[in-house]
Design a protein around this ligand. Structure first.
Ligand code: UDP
Length: 237
């Protein structure tokens, strides 16, 4: 585990996290996975609730090249990204292998159903306990549906921090769910609604550049990266 501007970031790889989750499931512990990037770390500096939300999670995965750069600058040990969408894919493989039922909550109806069919196509053994789109309004009934579905793993795709707040509110209401991951726009990716950056961009950690080229208005969000790196460099710790 490493800390950047008082925000925890896990130094586990995908395999390391799956191994830890396997152990924690065996002992009945619940785990939460949150993706951390420069944008969230900057936002958390002025938002104690977000800071607590991140730091109280079991795994803060280094999603985004910014955290990697910070680790290099500070002689840390994080050398590869753990992205939300790839973590979700690994967890789905793990769930299929172990027979752990999964529940999908979030995104538009058409997106979540398409995502499930594409996920099932690649993993015929996967047990889908159920799903709900991200625009349902009765949270109590929704939580009851998840609870009675027999789900052991829950993916929440409402965007951040909405999804993490949902998980925090309902962790105790869902004692049989052992793994919670806030996955942002991942259902959009699995459904094919949103295309990932081409492999060449991914290989060089330039997904941000691809996204910026396809959507120049992201420049505002991406300005968080230089701000973050500057803060890291001037941070005494
Ligand atoms: N979403 C939802 N309910 C809401 C708001 C958003 O289900 O009330 C979904 C939206 O349809 C999209 C995802 O949440 O699938 C948001 O993804 P985004 O890429 O904005 O999240 P990020 O990864 O940037 O946090």
């Amino acid at each position: 585990m490493e800390t950047y501007l008082n925000i925890k970031v896990s130094s586990y790889t995908y395999e390391g996290i799956i191994e830890q989750l396997d152990k924690r499931i065996a002992t009945g512990e619940q785990s939460t996975i949150i993706a951390v990037n420069p944008e969230k770390i900057i936002a958390a500096q002025k938002n104690d609730e977000l800071k607590t939300l991140i730091n109280e999670s079991t795994f803060q995965i280094p999603d985004g090249v910014g955290v990697l750069l910070a680790s290099k600058l500070k002689n840390g040990t994080i050398r590869s990204r753990v992205t939300g969408v790839d973590m979700m894919a690994r967890l789905l493989d793990f769930a299929a292998e172990k027979g752990l039922p999964v529940y999908f909550y979030g995104a538009k109806e058409e997106v979540v159903t398409k995502a499930i069919s594409s996920i099932k196509k690649d993993r015929p053994n996967l047990q889908v306990a159920g799903y709900d789109n991200g625009y349902v309004h009765d949270e109590e009934k929704l939580v009851e549906r998840i609870h009675t579905s027999g789900a052991r793993i829950l993916f929440v795709a409402l965007g951040s921090p909405k999804q993490e707040l949902f998980i925090k509110r309902n962790l105790a209401n869902l004692p049989n769910v052992k793994v919670f991951q806030g996955v942002g726009g991942s259902f959009d990716v699995f459904s094919g609604t949103v295309k990932r950056a081409p492999a060449i961009f991914r290989k060089f950690g330039l997904e941000w550049l691809y996204r910026l080229m396809s959507n120049p208005s992201r420049i505002k969000r991406q300005m968080n990266l230089p701000i973050f790196l500057f803060k890291i460099l001037t941070d005494k710790k």
